[in-house]
Design a protein around this ligand. Structure first.
Ligand code: ADP
Ligand code: MG
Length: 334
């Protein structure tokens, strides 16, 4: 059974950045305003996240890494109307099958924190022969999750991930996206041993402040705000997009659907096409888009960590998004 679970886990978690995305979404679900990420060897040696969210009750620690354990859906009906990011309770379980996971957590009504280490979904005793239960310890409100030696038991996967720098860059990209999207939440990301974090946003920074911090003033100074609602679908578009006089060498698109960072090649292609009328050949726009739609219209059958989404009325919705962008670019030109 452990092997089957390991294979399933490997399908969810391909690389450190996938694992981190799941952990960040859990921290956000827990209402955190501070999320600190520490990384060793591109996350392969250590992937650690510390948040100040509501924590995990000690009674839940024993099952939190079991498959399909989630505190986020209560009735079958919820499955189709989920508005939080996670929806299947598979992420922590998956990570615990391919890494050594340790959770330290404290809820605000508990006198102390509790710590537990996991292997293949279950708590392991802190001493050989000891009890497999959480141990009380000191700690702040919130949760710290460490995943060590990612893919230690999946040698083919481990071998495929040779380049720690590349993995670290993917991790930074995930942190950057969530930092920009989550005004009011402070994010840091650092390599263990380095004094200065590579990203550091504050709770008081605006979205544009965060874009400036991460992508630089050149981009931040050339942005148009976008905000439109279409009750028919329903669809809410919010974002910041580069204007018609500014372009970058590589198309940057930060896309969120219902606050989940996703990829949509179809949206990408359509937006690129809108800008080609404005931009010089071989240059591209910079686009941050947050779409909110009825969760029932978003394909919930795609795997929780699969970033490529599909949704109802896709062509029509994409045409609507493009029209909104087109209008904004046109307006700003006059
Ligand atoms: P899901 O997010 O789909 O519920 P996960 O496997 O990602 O499933 O997490 C399992 C459960 O563990 C969550 O439902 C939540 O109750 C708890 N949990 C995980 N991470 C945190 C966190 N950082 N703070 C509080 N609770 C957490
Ligand atoms: Mg989750």
């Amino acid at each position: 059974e452990a092997v089957v679970n390991r294979i399933a886990a490997g399908e969810i978690i391909h690389r450190p950045a996938n694992a981190l995305k799941e952990l960040i979404e859990n921290s956000l679900d827990a209402g955190s305003t501070s999320i600190q990420v520490s990384i060793k060897d591109g996350g392969l040696k250590l992937l650690q996240i510390q948040d100040n969210g509501h924590g995990i009750r000690v009674g839940d620690l024993a099952i939190v890494c079991e498959r399909f354990t989630t505190s986020k859906l209560r009735t079958f009906d919820d499955l189709s109307t989920m508005s939080t990011y996670g929806f299947r309770g598979e992420a922590l379980a998956s990570v615990s099958h391919i890494a050594h996971v340790t959770i330290t957590t404290k809820t605000k009504d508990s006198n102390c924190a509790y710590k537990a280490s996991y292997s293949d979904g279950a708590i392991i005793p802190s001493k050989p022969g000891g009890a497999a239960e959480p141990k009380p310890c000191a700690g702040n409100n919130g949760t710290q999750i460490s995943a060590e030696d990612l893919f230690y038991n999946v040698p083919t996967r481990r071998k495929a991930l040779k380049n720690a720098t590349e993995e670290y860059n993917r991790i930074l990209d995930v942190v950057n996206r969530y930092a920009i999207h989550n005004e009011g939440v402070s994010f840091t990301c650092r390599k263990v041993g380095s004094n200065t974090p590579d990203v550091h946003t504050t709770t008081s920074a605006t979205v544009v402040d965060n874009i400036r911090h991460i992508y630089g003033s050149a981009v931040a100074n050339e942005l148009l705000s976008l905000e439109k609602s279409y009750p028919v679908y329903p669809l809410k578009i919010k974002g910041w997009i580069s204007n018609a006089n500014y372009s970058v060498k590589k198309f940057v698109m930060l896309l969120f659907i219902n606050h989940r960072s996703v990829e949509s090649p179809a949206i990408r292609k359509a937006i690129e096409a809108v800008y080609t009328t404005y931009l010089p050949k071989n240059t591209h726009p910079w686009v941050y888009l947050s779409l909110e739609m009825d969760p029932r219209n978003v394909d919930v059958n795609v795997h929780p960590t699969k970033r490529e989404v599909h949704f109802m009325n896709e062509e029509e919705v994409i045409a609507t998004i493009c029209e909104a962008i087109q209008d904004r670019l046109g307006d700003a030109n006059v």
